[in-house]
Design a protein around this ligand. Structure first.
Ligand code: AMO
Length: 440
């Protein structure tokens, strides 16, 4: 049956990835980018793409008008078109379904020669991919990563709000370092030296004296000299801080949050996970916990004895990951390798009420109970060679009623790497910034 002559309203508005068998026989109209063109002379196959996925449209040259043929003859990949046609379940087609094209409108023409192959038929290096990131992001599997990210953001907010946390924004231009001075970016701030914030640490602690439970999802900056697959200069941190909680309480918030995020992604992003070839298994809380001391013992049993007191290096973590294949916590790090604000254990002040959340060998988060006693905080600043005077605005808050509190910072992109099974953090950042990359 020819559908020619149908009015605009008679075509159902559809999306390329949502042209499904239930629409069989229906006249539909879709917008999309031209992903591929296969011209067989009498038949022209277009693959149209938008964020929902791909749809094949087949035009029979002998059955369409001269205006349609003219557009098809000069069509370029990545042009934006609107296509009208009838859905047909077609078992022999790659996607099992296609549209029999009737009309096409050219909405935006793309250049005939593009600097990058969106179909992914040509393997591209990470450098080439990032140089042409907008085109790279159009690859269906890359689009899928960021659709999943959108759900992760939403699930994090939903979970934390449900637990009584208030979302806050803290300054990104600051006067003093919180996580150690080496990794700071300097900014010329009207003739004074300022820095880009590495973490909302001190602000989030201060804010528990107002809101009790706060969280922030925001960009933070680290002048990382090391060029690795898990470090960038600008990353997104999910931070929480809660009054009347200790490290164990906030570890529970963290593991439940991770489970909630995985559940929502598994439920709502099935198509995107499929595009990525990921079979997402929702982890179960509680996650295993091992102490720093136990980790050293495990390492020693693996023939890799380590002196007590040093940080766990990548080689150590890779060894631990042989045994710890999912999420797990490492707790009670030596106080000396933790930031000044972390609470030493009462029973043994050489150890601290601290933890890292790990996935295999990747560190995802760190946190702990914070010092809530002013004199101890000042002493810890001094012990770490920091000048308490530079922190006077912060330490003053401890004179205004500072409850016990705890919190953590979770690397959003690292969590996204685990969910999407990407091994390079640059894959999960729209426009990554690292030591060698400032554009695009
Ligand atoms: P930390 O410095 O461990 O802790 O950072 C917290 C988490 O942020 C992520 N992260 C990074 N991700 C990508 N690139 C980087 N350069 C980078 N640096 C850190 C990691 C890391 O586990 N204030 C404390 C948190 C707290 O105690 O609340 C802090 O910033 O996933």
């Amino acid at each position: 049956m020819s559908k020619e002559g149908l009015s605009e309203e008679e075509y159902l508005e559809a999306r390329p990835g949502l042209v499904r068998p239930d629409l069989d026989g229906r006249p539909v109209k879709i917008y999309g980018w031209v992903h591929e063109i296969r011209d067989l002379g009498s038949l022209v196959f277009l693959l149209l793409r938008d964020r929902t996925g791909l749809c094949q449209v087949v035009f029979n040259r002998s059955k369409v008008g001269e205006d349609v043929r003219r557009i098809l003859d000069s069509l370029t990949r990545e042009s934006v078109v609107k296509v009208y046609g009838v859905v047909a379940v077609t078992p022999q087609a790659r996607l099992g379904i296609e549209m029999k094209g009737e009309r096409i409108e050219l909405l935006a023409r793309a250049a005939a020669r593009l600097p990058y192959e969106v179909t992914g038929k040509v393997q591209a290096s990470m450098t080439t991919r990032l140089d042409h990131r907008i085109l790279d992001l159009r690859k269906p599997e890359n689009t899928a990563i960021f659709l999943i990210a959108d759900t992760v953001f939403d699930a994090i907010r939903e979970y934390l709000r449900g637990e009584g946390f208030t979302e806050v924004r803290t300054p990104k231009i600051i006067a003093t370092a919180t996580e150690g001075g080496a990794a700071l970016f300097r900014v010329d701030y009207f003739g004074r030296t300022a820095y880009l914030a590495q973490s909302p640490q001190l602000y989030k602690e201060e804010l528990v004296t107002v809101f009790e439970r706060v969280f922030e999802i925001g960009p933070f900056f680290r002048a990382e000299a090391s060029h690795t697959r898990r470090h960038v200069s600008e990353f997104t941190s999910v931070d929480i801080e809660a009054a009347y909680m200790n490290y164990e309480d906030v570890m529970q918030v963290l593991e439940r949050l991770v489970v909630h995020v995985f559940k929502r992604v598994a439920e709502e992003r099935r198509g995107e996970l499929e595009r990525l070839g990921v079979n997402l298994r929702v982890p179960r809380a509680p996650f295993p916990r091992i102490t720093y001391d136990a980790a050293l013992k495990e390492l020693s049993e693996m023939g890799h004895a380590k002196e007590w007191g040093g940080d766990l290096e990548t080689t150590d973590l890779r060894l631990l990951a042989k045994k710890h294949t999912g999420f797990y916590f490492i707790t009670h790090f030596p106080t000396s390798i933790k930031p000044f604000y972390i609470q030493p254990c009462d029973s043994n002040p050489a150890l601290s009420e601290s933890f890292d959340l790990m996935y295999q060998w990747l560190e995802l988060a760190s946190g702990g109970t914070r010092i809530s006693d002013k004199s101890l905080l000042v002493r810890r600043l001094e012990e770490q060679g920091l000048n308490p005077e530079s922190f006077k605005h912060h330490t003053a808050v401890y004179d205004y009623g500072m409850p016990v509190h705890a919190g953590w910072g979770l690397g959003f992109e690292r969590l996204l790497m685990v969910i999407t099974r990407r091994t390079n953090i640059r894959d999960v950042i729209l426009f990554p910034r690292d030591r060698f990359r400032l554009t695009p």
